[in-house]
Design a protein around this ligand. Sequence first.
Ligand code: OFO
Length: 174
Amino acid sequence: MNERVEKALNMQIEKEASSSQFYLSMASWAEAEGFNGTAKFLYLHSDEERFHMLKLVKFVNERGGRAIIPGLGAPQKTFESISNVFESLLEHELRVTESINNLVDICLQEKDYTTHNFIQWYVSEQLEEEALARTIVDKIKMIGGDKAGLYLFDRDLENSAIVPTPANETQNNE
Ligand code: OFO
């Protein structure tokens, strides 16, 4: 496997792993604060990121490269508010998108069209994740500081279809 592509893929593995940890930390905070719907959403999102990481690990190893499982720093433990959680999540996703785009660039520069093809799955996944995060941030902005509104938002998040794509469903689309 092309060395530069392998290095970039390993960096992406690290990003997906730390996204998973970051969302897990958000989920745990939300659960402890009594926002069970938000916690459920974030636990699922954390699983989803782990799946993104695993998909990369397998791809690198299957193509003759060597996937490196990274050590991770402790994620942020506390958050100011639910709004702060989802704004951080959106910011984080924007950084992930940047990194995926960078990966696409490297694949093209190195003429690695197989990896380029593989990475397209992440490109469309990022589109969905960014859109979802933006929808949620907009909803929270509309609610403002209204406690009843926040309660309903949390309940809706628990029951609604606004959940990350379950990993097994994504797996079937491979
Ligand atoms: Fe949400 O980031 Fe993975 O790809």
